[in-house]
Ligand binder design. Structure first.
Ligand code: CTP
Ligand code: MG
Length: 236
């Protein structure tokens, strides 16, 4: 397979409330986005890497490039501008990859806000997708999850043993995923929160492989404090 990596980094980080998009916030001295790129670039050393960025993030992105080793920075394609939703940002990235002289056969899509993806996790997901066409990492949920209505009344309680909290990177055969994104957008399905959901919507079977509880998405302010603390502990 010819892999490309798409890092979605066009969000505003509203819940983190940091005053700048969270992916540009340094954690232990290195920005979250640079950490994510370092992790993926090391795990898939042959892959080209594309970031989807916010329309006003050009200067921040340029500064982030200086955090990367030059040989890794050279593997980055010029960034593509993201869209109003994560789904739209991925779509823009996939369209951009499809216009390359040699489009990838497989794509690994990662949230910029997950800087702790290990090489073994990335490679496990990629290997599963190379075999099956679509794979995502998931971990068992520890809370009991309820489905609720707008008023907060519980509609149902799915059996916890059947639930997984899924993460990124998510990996797919390229052409079917691009086709699924185009069909979903054309059908007005515009706010699916991960790419597995787009593939599922289009009728594909997506395999969940073993995720990693350390591969958290930095979302709220306290997640940043925890990330700093983790990186300052000697054994991690
Ligand atoms: N993302 C994106 N384009 C969007 C929205 C989100 O590329 N229009 C990216 C984010 O940059 C992030 C990932 O998708 O890396 C996961 O989204 P999330 O954690 O929700 O990040 P934000 O949307 O930035 O945060 P919030 O929802 O709190 O505003
Ligand atoms: Mg969001």
């Amino acid at each position: 397979p010819v892999w490309a990596v798409l890092v979605v980094a066009a969000g505003r980080g509203e819940r983190a409330g940091l005053g700048l998009p969270k992916q540009y916030r340094p954690v232990a001295g290195i920005s979250v986005l640079a950490r994510s790129i370092l992790a993926l670039g090391e795990a898939l050393p042959e892959a080209q890497i594309l970031c989807a960025t916010g329309p006003e993030d050009g200067p921040r992105y340029a500064a982030m490039l200086d955090e990367l080793p030059p040989e890794l920075a050279r593997r980055l394609l010029p960034p593509v501008i993201g869209g109003p939703t994560r789904q739209a940002s991925v779509r823009n990235g996939l369209e951009s990859l499809s216009r390359l002289a040699t489009p990838p056969t497989h794509v690994l899509i990662h949230d910029a806000a997950r800087p702790f993806a290990s090489a073994s996790l990335v490679q496990r997901v990629a290997a599963a997708a190379a075999e099956t066409g679509a794979a995502v990492p998931g971990v068992p949920v520890v809370d009991t999850i309820k489905r609720v209505d707008a008023a907060g009344a519980i509609i149902e309680t799915p059996a916890r043993s059947e639930l997984r909290a899924v993460q990124t990177p998510q990996a797919f055969a390229f052409e079917p995923l691009l086709a699924a994104h185009r069909r979903a957008a054309d059908a007005g399905v515009a706010d699916l929160t991960d790419d597995a959901a787009v593939a599922e919507w289009a009728g594909s079977t997506v395999r969940v492989v073993e995720g990693d509880v350390r591969n958290v998405k930095l979302t709220r302010p306290e997640d940043f404090a925890e990330a700093e603390a983790r990186l300052s502990r000697p054994l991690e």
